[in-house]
Design a protein around this ligand. Structure first.
Ligand code: S3P
Length: 184
């Protein structure tokens, strides 16, 4: 089995349904580092689900908590960190991630994203009359920010979580930042 050394936190960014949590978890197992999910950290700190936080305190309160959690997690040892789909939109968050980690955008097209989120009701931003249209609009508005990620890996509908994690791993090993190295 190969062993790896990770020098910077790998921050999974991209839309809801892109596979940040599933692929990030598989990637962390493959390279032998902890996996942390920022939404789960926010939920644990607030003792509330993301949807409840949105409903009770509003989106901007959630975004402030998200920024604080990112700051804390990016001060810790290198890990794979999966973020919520909106986290990479704040310029301060992007700057922090670029300074302390490497952003990995899991880029998926809108049909794939919709197929993955349509049966779930855990995303407050999609609790609207036309969630499909909302998802497409969010994607269009957010793509320029996601494109600032240090590494872009395209998701494909036929790739399993494991195969996608392997694709990310190959891209990381070839990345000029040298943040992930294979050790003998
Ligand atoms: C959000 C995505 C969600 C969660 C919140 C807001 C977004 O995370 O943070 O509902 O703005 O896209 P996932 O991307 O893990 O679904």
């Amino acid at each position: 089995m190969s062993r790896y050394r990770l020098h910077r936190t790998l921050v999974m960014v991209g839309m809801m349904g892109a596979g940040k949590t599933a692929v990030g978890g598989a990637l962390a197992r493959m390279i032998g580092v902890p996996f942390i999910d920022s939404d789960a950290e926010i939920e644990a700190a607030a003792n509330m689900k993301v949807a409840e936080l949105f409903e009770t305190y509003g989106e901007s309160f959630f975004r402030d908590k998200e920024a604080l959690v990112l700051e804390r997690l990016l001060s810790g040892p290198p890990c794979v960190l999966s973020t919520g789909g909106g986290a990479f939109l704040r310029e301060e968050n992007r700057a922090l991630i670029a300074a302390r980690g490497l952003a990995v955008w899991l880029k998926a097209d809108r049909e794939l994203l919709w197929a993955r989120v349509r049966h779930k009701d855990s995303r407050p931003l999609l609790q609207v009359d036309n969630p499909r249209q909302k998802l497409y609009a969010l994607l269009e508005a957010r793509e320029p920010a996601y494109a600032e990620a240090g590494l872009v890996v395209t998701a494909e509908p036929d790739l399993s979580v494991q195969a996608m994690a392997e694709k990310v791993l190959r891209a990381l090993l070839a990345h000029p930042s040298d943040c992930l190295r294979k050790v003998a």
